[in-house]
Design a protein around this ligand. Structure first.
Ligand code: PEP
Ligand code: MG
Length: 591
């Protein structure tokens, strides 16, 4: 039966594929396809893992102290029985044979199938056996991860999108952390659905940077969708259709083809300079997460990097942090790839929905309990870890010897922080001088993400060469809406008059004082805001590379003289989106 699940559209386009359900705790399980000639080998890996787990469980049982409660021995027996149960191993082998899934993936796919069956059971005792199956599968996954071989180990998602003959796949999960989402770059998945998350949560941002259709905050999705169901993800409106009828499927295939044609058409604008009808040059920059994204940014027509979210270099490392040389190499690689175009490197924005693995569980609980978005995040974290902060500054400064580098500090809110930032920079430079390391002049900028900074913009601009408005956070902090919480996502409103006022004031003051100003939040890549931002005086936008052509098209069609005359009306309106629409309509009628 076909069903629809509604969520929030976060990444455009239509994806059609079979659902791969992944438990949030297992998103780092390896997912890759295996060729025909590896099927035997992969089945053998599974058998070896099963034998090893059986030996382990039998040893545990033998070594149980005499005084241990007899329930423990009975539990180990249940686990042994589940381990050998045909309903676990049989279908797992079928996933390997018929779908070419690697053993870990096949196993977790079958676990999701069984988990559903347990959830649907009437009998409480039987329902609770789900935890036992999960534990057995955990043991098997650990064994598989410990096996030798190039494909094994934690968090290895293989690039296999082009594996011939397989159905396209879409990922369905309750939640995927931003760090885990990074693992899915170049992965087998052509779309994502998650139960939780907001439009500008970092998970959504990474999905968008992958330029594949995604819907988040779809609440019940991972419960309603079953392993291997056919799913349509409509990333334009935020709907997920499960097991669509042939007519609906045909309609979506048509839309998919249309959007591919539209993309190809926009692609032709890639290297056209972004200049408005009245001759205003506009800078379209890229947001990147890793140095490897830099080449794609150039190919998409970016004239520089406006935001390099350096914290992604600190993730998926099992808590070990990158040292100065490793960071330097990453920044240098991005700078070299940009061939003289500017690269704006933001110092780590750790915390909130991007915790470090090395933060203990207790830290995390503490953080979650106490609202992490208002906690030790971004520049606050860096200033609390001065050694680490200077290490990052030295690495960034060293990269400046290879091209044009700008440093950007996230979430600055206090004037006191400004003083500490410049002291840290001066010390980092001194340390490099003493070590005889080369570096060049860098521009220094602050992100305007907290209303306090937007309100005191003149004072902040006395110290910084440029500012970049992080609208994702500016909206979150102005409206007191957690950007990652789907429960309040309907109140997260970029059109809110207070947000527009802060944005307008920041752009105007920076322009008046001759300082650079850019917007690097998601609003910059949303074509609905392009005219408005141009009217406010913005000439520098930073966004996911995949959005550049669409925004450029808007720029090429805009006449800022007309837009400016309509701006006061829009800003004064209680419903700015509607006011802008009416203004656009009246303009169209005149022409
Ligand atoms: C923002 O807040 O708008 C921004 C660009 O930073 P991030 O999304 O990484 O918090
Ligand atoms: Mg931010």
């Amino acid at each position: 039966m076909s069903i629809q699940v509604f969520g929030m559209p976060v990444s455009r386009g239509v994806a059609i594929g079979r659902a791969v359900l992944v438990a949030s705790s297992r998103v780092d399980v390896a997912h890759y396809f295996i060729p025909d000639d590896r099927i035997e080998h992969e089945t053998e890996r599974l058998r070896i893992a099963r034998d090893a787990v059986a030996t382990e469980l039998e040893a545990l049982k033998r070594e149980l102290p005499a005084e241990a409660p007899h329930e423990l021995a009975a539990l180990l027996d249940v686990h042994l029985m589940l381990l050998h149960d045909e309903s676990l191993t049989g279908p797992t082998k079928a996933w390997i044979r018929e779908r070419h899934y690697n053993a870990e993936w096949a196993l977790s796919a079958q676990l999701e199938v069984l988990a559903r069956q347990f959830d649907d059971m009437e009998d409480l005792y039987l329902r609770e056996r789900k935890a036992d199956v999960e534990q057995v599968v955990e043991r098997l996954l650990r064994e598989l991860a410990g096996q030798d071989g190039p494909q094994h180990g934690r968090a290895t998602v293989r690039a296999a999108r082009d594996f011939a003959g397989e159905d396209p796949l879409v990922l369905v999960a309750n939640d995927v952390a931003p760090a885990d989402m990074m693992q899915f770059k170049r992965s087998v998945f052509t779309g994502f659905v998650t139960d939780v998350g907001g439009r500008t949560s970092h998970t959504a941002i990474v999905a968008r940077s992958m330029d594949i259709p995604a819907v988040v905050g779809a609440r019940e999705a991972s419960r309603l969708i079953r392993q291997d169901d056919w799913v349509v993800i409509d990333g334009d409106v935020g709907v997920v259709i499960v097991n669509p009828s042939p007519i609906v499927l045909e309609e979506y295939r048509f839309r998919q083809r249309q959007s591919e044609l539209e993309r190809a058409r926009l692609d032709r604008l890639r290297h056209t300079p972004a200049v408005t009808l009245d001759g205003q040059a506009v800078e379209l920059l890229a947001n990147i997460e890793l140095p490897g994204d830099a080449a794609g940014a150039l190919a998409a027509g970016a004239v520089g990097v406006g935001l390099f979210r350096s914290e992604f270099l600190f993730m998926n490392r099992g808590g070990d942090l990158p040292g100065e040389d490793e960071q330097f190499e990453a920044y240098r690689d991005a700078v070299v790839a940009l061939r003289g175009l500017p690269v704006t490197i933001r110092t780590v924005d750790i915390g909130a929905d991007k915790p470090l693995e090395r933060m203990s569980q207790q830290d995390l609980r503490h953080e979650h309990g106490l609202n992490p978005a208002l906690g030790l995040r971004a520049i606050r974290w860096s200033l609390a870890e001065p050694g680490m902060f200077r290490q990052q500054l030295r690495a960034i400064l060293r990269a400046s010897a290879f091209g044009k580098v700008r440093i950007l500090f996230p979430m600055v809110a206090q004037l006191g922080e400004v003083k500490l930032i410049f002291e840290a920079l001066a010390r980092a430079r001194l340390q490099l001088d003493e070590a005889g390391r080369a570096y060049s002049r860098v521009e220094v900028g602050a992100m305007i993400e907290v209303p306090a900074a937007a309100m005191l913009i003149d004072r902040f601009l006395q110290h910084f060469d440029f500012v970049s408005v992080g609208t994702n956070d500016l909206i979150q902090y102005t409206l007191a809406i957690d950007r990652a919480d789907e429960a309040v996502a309907h109140l997260y409103d970029p059109w809110h008059p207070a947000v527009l006022q802060l944005l307008h004031q920041t752009i105007q003051r920076a322009n008046a004082l001759g300082r650079g100003v850019s917007v690097c939040g998601e609003m910059a890549g949303d074509a609905a805001f392009t005219e408005l931002l141009l009217a406010m005086g913005l000439r520098s936008f930073s966004m996911h590379p995949a959005r550049i052509s669409a925004i450029k098209q808007r720029v090429l069609r805009a006449d800022t003289r007309q837009l400016v005359s309509q701006l006061p009306l829009v800003l004064a309106s209680d419903q700015p989106a509607e006011a802008l629409r009416l203004a656009q309509q009246s303009r169209a009628a005149v022409h």
